[in-house]
Design a protein around this ligand. Structure first.
Ligand SMILES: [Zn+2]
Length: 286
């Protein structure tokens, strides 16, 4: 375990969402973007820390609201992210900068929390929004754009098999999604598309390009949707911290989610400052 977070802090962001485990992103198409320890990555040795004995008069410390990152993984020497994703999609920023991407929103609870965190940290990111949710929460789409983040089309209703559909079905889906985004934020530039679960197909990439959108895959998957394996609360927070700390490198495109993901918000509360120490964080350029 790399860190610990008090149960009270976790409950503060709503573990009641345990029932919402069926994220539509729960089946990734390709595993090559999954977080695996990069070559050369070294886990920080965990030294037993010498804790001073509390004096009888010492006041109890409050439960931390931000998970503490113990250890000191220094990622700057990892080789930069290279290569391309499925069917020509991008999986690196093409520079030394890292792009944070948040999928499946907007979410009325967790998208604002993530936006607040990013604003406080002065960081821009990319939000891949679902059309039906953009239509339902236009004020959140508006805020994403107003805050300077990049908007990405994540299909109308997160249809995993969209890539196998006819040209007409695909175009209608992508256009409807863009329309919902633009109705909420008329000045939004929609330059990116991400297929649900990463299920790109040649036709999907081609049609997205015809609508002016570059297909974007990822290079580091936080797997913050895999509750069966990582559970909720502290185990998931620890998992996300470990995954990003051990896998982030120059050029990474990091995949996480802002839809019903309280643990992701908690983890990124610590991860964003940590990433900023080593990397420039950017929104995918429009
Ligand atoms: Zn998704």
């Amino acid at each position: 375990m790399r860190c610990r977070l008090g149960a009270a802090a976790i409950s503060a962001v709503g573990v009641a969402l345990v029932v919402l485990v069926t994220s539509a992103c729960s089946v990734p198409a390709a595993r090559n973007g999954a977080a695996t320890p990069p070559p050369g990555a070294t886990a920080a040795p965990s030294k037993p820390s010498k804790q001073p004995k509390p004096s009888p008069s010492a006041k109890p410390k409050p439960t931390p609201t931000v998970p503490k990152l113990t250890g000191s993984v220094v990622p700057v020497n990892l080789p930069p992210q290279a290569g391309i994703g499925p069917f020509g999609s991008i999986k690196s920023t093409g520079s030394a900068s890292i792009a944070l991407t948040f999928d499946d929103g907007p979410d009325p609870v967790y998208t604002p929390k993530m936006l607040d965190l990013l604003k406080k940290q002065g960081v821009k990111a990319t939000f891949c929004v679902v059309g039906t949710r953009a239509a339902r929460y236009p004020e959140l789409v508006k805020r994403i754009v107003a805050d300077g983040h990049t908007i990405c089309n994540h299909t109308w209703q997160h249809r995993m098999d969209l890539g196998k559909q006819s040209k007409e079905v695909i175009l209608t889906d992508l256009r409807d999604t863009n329309k919902a985004i633009l109705e909420a934020a008329p000045r939004a530039k929609i330059k990116y598309f991400r297929a649900p679960g990463g299920y790109f197909s040649p036709q999907l990439v081609e049609l997205a390009a015809a609508l002016g959108m570059k297909s974007v895959y990822w290079s580091l998957d936080t797997r913050d949707w895999e509750f069966v394996k990582y559970d909720h609360g502290q185990p998931m927070v620890d998992h996300i911290l470990e995954t990003v700390q051990s896998g982030a490198r120059r050029g990474s495109i990091i995949l996480a989610h802002d839809f019903h993901k309280p643990d992701t918000v908690i983890a990124f509360t610590a991860l964003v400052p940590w990433l900023k120490k080593y990397f420039k964080l950017i929104a995918l350029p429009t």
